[in-house]
Design a protein around this ligand. Structure first.
Ligand SMILES: *Cc1c(COP(=O)(O)O)cnc(C)c1O
Length: 400
C-alpha cells in the first residue's frame, strides 16, 4: 500500500516513469529491482515492534500489508496513472472485489454498466446481493439510464470501458458527474484501455482498477491486480482495513515480474495498437465477416467518444463471423498461429468465443441484448509480425 506523494521522479515523463519510477535500491546498489521474498520483517527491540503496530513509525511489518518489491510496483504504476495511492492485489478480481466490498454495506446501492467481464458480473449480480447490497444494471452507453438509476443516493458506480467483448465505450466524465451528484464513488475497470491509453482519474473517476495479469505482465506469466485513487478517506476508512484483514495481497514474485512488465508497457501497447488498427481495417472489408467492432475505427458506434477519452483504439478487435456458432468454430479450428485462449493483452495473439466461454453463464437473452451473438469472436492482437497475423486470419476465414 503506497503513498507516492513524496517520492522522487514526479517530473519524469511517462516512458521514463515506467523504466525507473518507484525504484528503491538496497545497500547492494543493484541495477535491477530487487525481489524481496519475505513474509515478515525483524525488529531491533520490543519498543520498535510496539511503535510499528501503533502506527507511530512507518516500516514493513508483514507482507500481507506491504512488501518492498510490491511497493516498487505500486509506486511505478501510481506514477504512470497520476494517482496518489496504489494498492497491488493478487488478481484483477481481488482488486475489483476489494474496491467495492470495502465501501458498501447492506441496504446500500451500487449502479453498474451491464456489459461486464463475467466474474465482475457475478460479484455485482450474485455476491453483493447476498450481503444485502442492491445492484442496478444499466446500458452503459445510454446516459438517460444512468441518470434514472442515479436519481437515488448511491455508494458506488462501476463501469468497464471499453467493455468485454463488444468494446462498448462509456462516457467517463458524464457518468462521473451524475454519480457524484448521487454521492457515489466511480470505479473504472481500465483493463482494456490500459493506463497508457486512458486516464480515468483525469476524466473524473475516483478509483481505477486493473487486472495486471493482462497488459501489465503482458507475457502470460503471472496474476495480479491494482487499485488506484487519490482519496485518502477511502484509503484510511475503507480500503486499508479491508485489505489488511482480508489479505488479497500481491505476491512479491509477481510484483517483480510486473515491474519488469511496466518497463515495456508503453512500447508494447503502442505496437499492439499498430497491429490492431491494421487488422481491424483488413477485417472490415472481408466478405465472410458481418461486422467488426474496434473503438479506433470510425464505424464504431462510439468512435468520437472513444477518441476523446482514449489516445488510441486499443489492443482487442471483436468481429462477427457469418454462419453463427458453426461459422465461428470453423474459423477457430482453422487458425494456425493465433491460439484459442480467454486471456488478453498478451504478446501472443489470442482468440476466444465469448458465447461458449467467458459469457456462457449468462442467459441467452441477456447475451443477445449485449450484442454477444453466436458468431462473435474476440481477438487480442499480439506482437507478432502483423502480416503473419493477417495471413492466419485470412486462411482461417477461407475455411468458413
Ligand atoms: C481479466 C479481467 C478481469 C479480472 O482479472 P484477473 O486478473 O483475471 O483476476 C477484470 N476485468 C477485466 C475487464 C478483465 O479483462
Amino acid at each position: 500500500m503506497t503513498d507516492v506523494a513524496n517520492e522522487l521522479g514526479h517530473n519524469w515523463r511517462k516512458a521514463t516513469q515506467l523504466v525507473r519510477g518507484g525504484m528503491t535500491r538496497s545497500p547492494f546498489e543493484e541495477t535491477s529491482e530487487a525481489l524481496y521474498l519475505t513474509s515478515g520483517y525483524v525488529y531491533g527491540s520490543p519498543e520498535e515492534a510496539e511503535a510499528a503496530f501503533k502506527g507511530e513509525t512507518k516500516r514493513y511489518i508483514y507482507s500481507r500489508y506491504a512488501n518492498p518489491t510490491v511497493s516498487m510496483f505500486e509506486k511505478r504504476l501510481a506514477l504512470l496513472e497520476g494517482a496518489e495511492f496504489c494498492v497491488g492485489t493478487s488478481s484483477g478480481m481481488s482488486a475489483m472485489f476489494a474496491a467495492i466490498a470495502s465501501q458498501v454495506k447492506a441496504g446500500q446501492r451500487v449502479v453498474t454498466s451491464r456489459a461486464l467481464f463475467g466474474s465482475c458480473n457475478y460479484i455485482l449480480t450474485e455476491q453483493l446481493p447476498k450481503f444485502g447490497v442492491e445492484t442496478i444494471l444499466v446500458d452503459g452507453t445510454d446516459l438517460d439510464q444512468w441518470r434514472d438509476a442515479l436519481s437515488k443516493p448511491t455508494v458506488c458506480v462501476f463501469m468497464e470501458t471499453p467493455s468485454n467483448p463488444t468494446l462498448e465505450v462509456i462516457d467517463i466524465a458524464a457518468v462521473s458527474e451524475l454519480a457524484h451528484a448521487a454521492g457515489a464513488r466511480v470505479i473504472v475497470d481500465n483493463v482494456f484501455a490500459t493506463a497508457v491509453l486512458q486516464s480515468p482519474l483525469q476524466l473524473g473517476a475516483d478509483i481505477v482498477m486493473y487486472s495486471a495479469t493482462k497488459h501489465i505482465d503482458g507475457q502470460g506469466r503471472t496474476m495480479g491486480g491494482a487499485i488506484l485513487f487519490n482519496d485518502e478517506n477511502y484509503l484510511k476508512n475503507h480500503l486499508e482495513p479491508f485489505f489488511r484483514h482480508t489479505g488479497p495481497s500481491m505476491s512479491p514474485f509477481n510484483a517483480w515480474v510486473m515491474l519488469k512488465g511496466l518497463e515495456t508497457l508503453d512500447l508494447r501497447v503502442q505496437k499492439h495498437c499498430d497491429n490492431a488498427e491494421y487488422i481491424s481495417s483488413f477485417l472490415s472489408t472481408h466478405s465472410k465477416i458481418n461486422k467488426v467492432l474496434y473503438p479506433g475505427m470510425d464505424s464504431h458506434p462510439q468512435h468520437q467518444l472513444a477518441m476523446k477519452q482514449m489516445s488510441r483504439g486499443g489492443t482487442v478487435v471483436s468481429f462477427e463471423v457469418g454462419g453463427g456458432k458453426k461459422g465461428a468454430f470453423k474459423f477457430l479450428k482453422a487458425l494456425n498461429l493465433i491460439d484459442i485462449s480467454n486471456n488478453l493483452g498478451d504478446a501472443k495473439s489470442l482468440t476466444t468465443h465469448p458465447t461458449t466461454t467467458t459469457h456462457q453463464r449468462i442467459s441467452e437473452d441477456e447475451r443477445l441484448a449485449l450484442g454477444i451473438t453466436p458468431g462473435l469472436v474476440r481477438v487480442s492482437i499480439g506482437l507478432e509480425d502483423v502480416e503473419d497475423i493477417k495471413e492466419d486470419l485470412e486462411q482461417a476465414l477461407a475455411a468458413v
